[in-house]
Design a protein around this ligand. Structure first.
Ligand SMILES: *Cc1c(COP(=O)(O)O)cnc(C)c1O
Length: 387
């Protein structure tokens, strides 16, 4: 066994990924400081072009965060108070809060227990005359069933807003996330596959009118300067973030491949150790190019929290995404979703555990994580000798 149980393994170490790029990043930052121009500029345009290309979308519009990207997308499709948007509850809060911020009503859909993504078969049963859009969330780096979602949306005249905060670079049936629905919403929060040195986001679309409106809305609805066509928000991507992300964006494919390799090694070791029979490993939809923002296992029988405590004691990072589903959050009690109303979502919330998977993680670290898990779960089968 090569695993060293005394070495801590962080959930994420952004410095490892940033280190080789730092000279170029710092040179860019110095240039911006010297120019004195901190908003907009050529790096923003460069990033918008790069990301749009990556999403096979015609337009990219930078904004201040992934949460704002979702808000701007819903503003651009004219979401009105009382309008409904079908969205999973097993997601980060921001997917739903963007709907509520505009007076809309999130209508929560349960998930497919295998992929953790919304169960597209349940969508049609939730459509009402007030339904305006479907917001699939490509959770943990894997696309929701965009073929079925697009078909339903077309049939009922609904917009599709992809929450792809965790899935930049992912694809479905050969199409890139962000270019499949009407609008794609990206986050550059540091834990995402393309993470900045702070907050940032982007909206992608193939629709020139939507792209133009989002650009207008993100800058106070102002055009020309100090003439406000509509009530927008202040949500701009700053020059420094764009400059940093522009350097890192060239690595998106590389990052996705490294994450996929790590997932493969986890699968191999967990199968060899017998862990795969005790825990449930993540399921990959064959139609999806998965970019593995998270490697999320299920630990059954109420053991999850004890196992996590054991990992923490061993210095192994892990996280629960997400412990309380959105429909059970205090602020959404007014919507009236009782306990048990979304059974697969609630079951997942009690079982999931995300393990370190960042691109620069070493094989030895993955072995350490698996060994500690096997130890915690009392797994008797020894790990095979590592190559
Ligand atoms: C991170 C995230 C967001 C929000 O992005 P921010 O840039 O943090 O505002 C939205 N949806 C999902 C699924 C996310 O993971």
């Amino acid at each position: 066994m090569g695993a060293n149980l005394n070495n801590p393994v962080p959930l994420l170490d952004v410095n490892r990924g940033n280190a080789p790029l730092l000279p170029e990043i710092l040179e860019r930052i110095t240039g911006i400081v010297e120019s004195g121009r901190f908003i907009g500029g050529p790096y923003c345009q460069e990033l918008e072009t790069l990301i749009a290309e990556h999403c096979d979308a015609e337009f990219g519009v930078g904004c201040a965060s992934g949460s704002d990207a979702l808000l701007l997308a819903l503003m651009a499709i004219d979401l009105q108070p009382g309008d409904e948007v079908i969205v999973p509850s097993f997601t980060f809060f921001a997917s739903a809060s963007a709907i509520s911020r505009l007076g809309g009503k999130p209508v929560f859909v349960d998930i497919d227990p295998g992929t953790f993504n919304l169960d597209a078969q349940l969508i049609e049963g939730l459509i009402t005359p007030r339904t305006k859009a479907i917001m699939p969330v490509h959770l943990f780096g894997q696309c929701a069933d965009m073929t079925t979602i697009s078909t339903i949306a077309k049939k009922h005249g609904l917009h599709v807003v992809e929450d792809m905060a965790q899935a930049i670079g992912a694809s479905f049936n050969g199409q890139q996330a962000g270019g499949i629905g009407d609008i794609g919403c990206i986050s550059f929060y540091p834990t995402k596959n393309l993470g900045g040195f702070g907050d940032g986001g982007m909206v992608t679309t193939n629709n020139p009118a939507l792209a133009d409106r989002i650009r207008l809305l993100a800058n106070h609805g102002m055009r020309p300067r100090y003439y406000h066509q509509e009530v927008g928000v202040n949500s701009r991507l700053d020059s420094m973030q764009a400059a940093i992300l522009g350097v890192k964006a060239r690595q998106i494919g590389h990052y996705g491949n490294k994450r996929a390799k790590n997932a493969e090694l986890y699968r191999e070791l967990m199968t060899a150790s017998g862990l795969a029979e005790i825990m449930t490993l993540p399921t990959t939809d064959e139609r999806c190019g998965h970019v593995w923002n998270q490697f999320t296992v299920r630990i059954p029988n109420g053991q999850r929290d004890d196992i996590r405590a054991h990992l923490t004691e061993r210095g192994i990072g892990s996280e629960i995404y997400y412990p309380v589903p959105v429909h059970r959050q205090e602020c959404y009690q007014y919507l009236g979703y009782a306990e048990g109303s979304l059974p697969e979502t609630e079951k997942a919330a009690g079982q999931v555990l995300s393990l370190p998977i960042f691109p620069e993680l070493t094989a030895l670290e993955i072995e350490t994580v698996v060994t500690c898990l096997a130890e915690a779960l009392g797994c008797s089968v020894p790990l095979k000798q590592s190559a």
